[in-house]
Design a protein around this ligand. Structure first.
Ligand code: BGC
Length: 271
């Protein structure tokens, strides 16, 4: 079938977790612009989520706001239920919700460790499991997509770059990477595609301190060969591609969208 290249997700139904701000909000907007109906998941920021929904509707798109803490199994299941009630099926999950609770290892509490693992890793598992269950229970719709379903796991450059002072976060993202690949290996036979995106430093609230002042930004740029801090749209464009049939033969891959952060810029001179 022919797909309008400007709307590669036309007719698809996409759930984006953690979509009330930052990268998730950017992905939700870009998916709507690409023709998808979007579930805008949030946990605390209802107003921000509603605003994004209104924005999408204002441009003729379809969206609903869905509250759920992705770390809670029953809440996740209820969210998928509401999503499918509203849109009839699900074609795309972007497991994006993520948090940081930073501390030097000697000071890190068990609660800080656990909450980050619960949201960033268990949360992605719970959502991905529910998505796979739904994908398997619905027919392949070649007029909508060549795949039965797509999952995008939002990872981080810290799935490979160790990060002092953030052992909980780096461990969660390392976990996301192998969860994503194992899942991809398991479900490809059902025509379900699972991939990851590893953003570098993207200007959002999670890392505000790292780019807010010119001095902080200058320091951050030392880690970014391309010479600019990323924007949510940089990630959103990659997510649209990974969710669309344009990437139909891509599976189990992490797409690094990081301005070269994983190129070890310190080795430009030295080594
Ligand atoms: C973190 C940001 C950080 C970036 C690059 C992301 O995964 O959430 O705080 O700026 O990685 O280090």
């Amino acid at each position: 079938m022919s797909v309008d290249p400007a709307r590669p997700l036309q007719g698809q139904k996409a759930l984006v977790t953690g979509a009330s701000s930052g990268i998730g909000a950017g992905v939700a907007r870009a998916f709507a612009a690409a023709g998808a109906a979007v579930g805008v998941n949030f946990v605390g920021r209802r107003e921000s989520a509603e605003r994004i929904v209104e924005e999408i509707r204002g441009t003729g798109g379809e969206a609903i706001a869905l509250q759920a803490d992705v770390a809670q199994e029953a809440k996740v299941q209820a969210m998928f239920e509401r999503f499918v009630e509203a849109f009839g099926r699900i074609d795309i999950l972007v497991a994006n919700a993520g948090i940081q609770q930073d501390a030097a290892v000697a000071d890190m509490t068990t609660a800080q460790w656990q909450r980050v693992i619960d949201v960033n890793l268990t949360g992605q598992f719970l959502c991905a499991r529910e998505a796979v269950r739904r994908f398997l229970g619905q027919p392949l719709e070649p007029a909508i997509s060549r795949a039965r379903g797509k999952i995008i796991c939002m990872s981080s450059v810290h799935e490979v770059i160790p990060w002092a002072g953030h052992v909980n976060y780096a461990a969660s993202k390392g976990g996301v990477m192998l969860m994503m690949k194992s899942l991809a290996q398991e479900v490809a036979q059902h025509r379900i595609r699972v991939n990851g995106i590893a953003p570098g430093a993207i200007k959002t609230a999670i890392n505000r301190a790292a780019w807010e002042t010119p001095e902080a930004e200058r320091k951050l740029l030392e880690l970014i060969p391309y010479g600019r801090v990323g924007e949510p749209d940089d990630i959103a464009r990659a997510a649209v591609w990974l969710a669309s049939d344009q990437s139909d033969y891509v599976m189990g891959t992490t797409l690094f969208v990081d301005g070269g952060m994983t190129l070890y810029p310190a080795f430009r001179e030295g080594g």
